[in-house]
Ligand binder design. Structure first.
Ligand SMILES: [Zn+2]
Length: 226
């Protein structure tokens, strides 16, 4: 079985995504990219996370040709492939796409995730941008999402959900979970009508401070460095 370890991880993290409240039913999808072979493993279309076994995970090229697996890949395989084509050279090796409650709420309101809380700096950015709306599963969505994301590690898709990138699956999952929490804080602030967004300078200071925080010393703006 090609990408055996990665397929097992995708099955495991699908369950985690569901248990963490980041996914309901079959919404959302997960992928891992192998830069050596150029293959991507992605969760299957329309199978519940608790029913997905490693062999249900599909392996395909970034052009959508299935190389291993009997299932139909996620309808968003083109979205994932678009990010790997654009960001593999920046170290992106895993993507988590969710329709999680609060990130999706902001996306439906046409709001990016703003610097309401300093912890957004731990994603190495001042803001998670918002991509305009277009139909799910289309090449147009992949193109628009990659462009709107720019150098950020994640992007909101209007009236749809969130795409989070990582150097590995635990990092991409952790980012999706963190951004859901930040989106919740922002939504709560918006509900009260009082939202104080931190300035770029204030976030820049946090980015510098994070360089010496925790176990690793990382450069600001490096993907999933904190
Ligand atoms: Zn979706």
């Amino acid at each position: 079985m090609l990408m055996e370890k990665e397929r097992a991880l995708i099955a495991e993290y699908g369950r985690k995504m569901n248990s963490a409240g980041l996914a309901r039913g079959t919404a959302g999808n997960i992928s891992i990219y192998d830069a050596e072979t150029g293959y991507m493993a992605i969760s299957p279309s329309g199978i519940g996370y608790f029913e997905t076994e490693p062999e249900d995970v599909v392996v395909l090229t970034l052009d959508g040709k299935v190389v291993d697996g009997n299932r139909k890949p996620s309808s968003e395989y083109g979205l994932h492939a678009g990010f790997y084509k654009a960001k593999a050279d920046k170290g992106v090796r895993a993507i988590v796409h969710t329709h999680s409650d609060f990130a999706t709420t902001l996306a439906c309101m046409g709001e990016p995730i703003r610097a309401v809380h300093y912890v957004i700096a731990s994603a190495g950015t001042h803001e998670i941008p918002l991509c305009g709306y277009t139909t799910f599963g289309t090449p147009k969505l992949a193109e628009m999402a990659v462009e709107a994301c720019g150098d950020a590690p994640a992007v909101l898709l209007a009236n749809h959900g969130l795409v989070a990138c990582g150097v590995d699956l635990p990092k991409a999952f952790g980012l999706a979970d963190k951004l859901e929490n930040l989106a919740k804080t922002q939504w709560q602030c918006m509900c009260t009508g009082k939202m104080n967004v931190l300035t770029k300078e204030q976030i820049d200071e946090v980015l510098v401070r994070f360089q010496t925080y925790g176990q690793t010393k990382a450069k600001p703006g490096t993907l999933n460095s904190y």
